[in-house]
Design a protein around this ligand. Structure first.
Ligand SMILES: Nc1ncnc2c1ncn2[C@@H]1O[C@H](COP(=O)(O)OP(=O)(O)OP(=O)(O)O)[C@@H](O)[C@H]1O
Length: 302
């Protein structure tokens, strides 16, 4: 479990994180979303004790990161794939980290195997591809078998196979009951990976919701097909819905799919299709954060 309470981080007069209170619970992948400069990395750094909050606090399992003697057992993080020393061999990089937390070499070999790097254990970090370095970062995060994991933009620069691997890994880790927080500025990516999202803008909380709630909130209409189209349209209209037709289908606003199905069933009107249609999550996200984009290109007049 990760919590921030009234977390504020100021750089000079600029509030990178502004009175942010969030809870990230175990058992699912939580997407941490916001435009560039929204404060995602700063929040993650505060959680990991790398940045000292100006006020408020960030806790992992009820304690500050600095309060843990062997923090790798509590929380693992993938922040910056370039962080490892380039001249060091992959396995040695992990061994140094492991030792500082009382973790033995056997676990090092286990995590190398787990991330598919066993064959590259003796290669120097500097010659590893970006994808392999990302895997090495994940191996480091998993060393202490922690219950809490943070990934900062983990798919950046990865090829499709690498992206699929990391998505599966995050879901598996959450499935094991761990707390998984993953930052991204792409809602489309999070729609595939996350169960819940926390959206921030200009350091402030914009929205905390499940992906399912988000889709429902941005529901546009329900597409309904029925051989008794006219009669069904009249029934739905009488129940307060606004109904239009398109391509032989009814487009219904103002009623939930279950209400539409119940009304049709009561009149014994057959329904061949009932499809709730939402604005794309990407559109929903853009609408949510449009006031908090730090730098925006000016619209060019044509
Ligand atoms: N060390 C620093 N000194 C001064 N300003 C900083 C520092 N670190 C971050 N900031 C500023 O704080 C704000 C939040 O930055 P942060 O990196 O947390 O955002 P982010 O959401 O992770 O963005 P991105 O998606 O671009 O990584 C930005 O305006 C950034 O310029």
């Amino acid at each position: 479990m990760i919590e921030t309470r009234h977390l504020t981080k100021r750089y000079g007069a600029h509030r990178a994180v502004d009175d942010l209170t969030i809870q990230v619970t175990p058992g699912h992948v939580t997407g941490f979303l916001g435009p560039n400069g929204a404060g995602k990395s700063t929040t993650m750094r505060a959680i990991l004790g790398l940045d000292r909050p100006t006020s408020g606090e960030a806790l992992v399992n009820g304690r500050r990161y600095a309060g843990y003697r062997r923090p790798l057992h509590e929380v693992g993080a993938l922040l910056d794939a370039g962080a490892a020393h380039g001249g060091r061999r992959a396995r040695d990089h992990l061994r140094v980290l492991a030792r500082s937390n009382g973790i033995g070499d056997r676990r090092v070999d286990e995590v190398l195997e787990l991330v598919g790097l066993a064959g590259a254990a003796r290669r120097r970090v500097g010659v590893l591809s970006l994808g392999m370095r990302q895997r090495l970062g994940v191996a480091a995060a998993l060393l202490g078998d922690p219950g809490v994991l943070l990934f900062d933009e983990p798919v950046n620069g990865l090829d499709p196979e690498g992206i699929r691997w990391i998505r599966h890994l995050m879901r598996d880790l959450a499935g094991e009951g761990r707390t998984v927080l993953v930052s991204s500025h792409l809602m489309s990516e999070m729609a595939l990976t996350a169960d819940r999202v926390i959206v921030i803008g200009r350091g402030r909380l914009v929205l905390e919701a499940s992906v399912r709630e988000l889709r429902a909130r941005f529901r546009e209409d329900v597409l309904v097909r029925s051989p008794e189209r006219a009669e069904l349209a009249a029934v739905l209209g009488a129940a307060g819905a606004s109904v239009t037709t398109e391509d032989g289908a009814l487009l219904v606003r103002g009623l939930e799919p279950a209400e539409i199905a119940d009304l049709a069933a009561r009149r014994q009107l057959p329904v061949h299709e009932l499809t709730p249609r939402s604005a794309s999550l990407e559109d929903a996200y853009l609408r949510l954060t449009e006031d908090s984009v730090e730098y925006r290109a000016k619209e060019t007049a044509r």
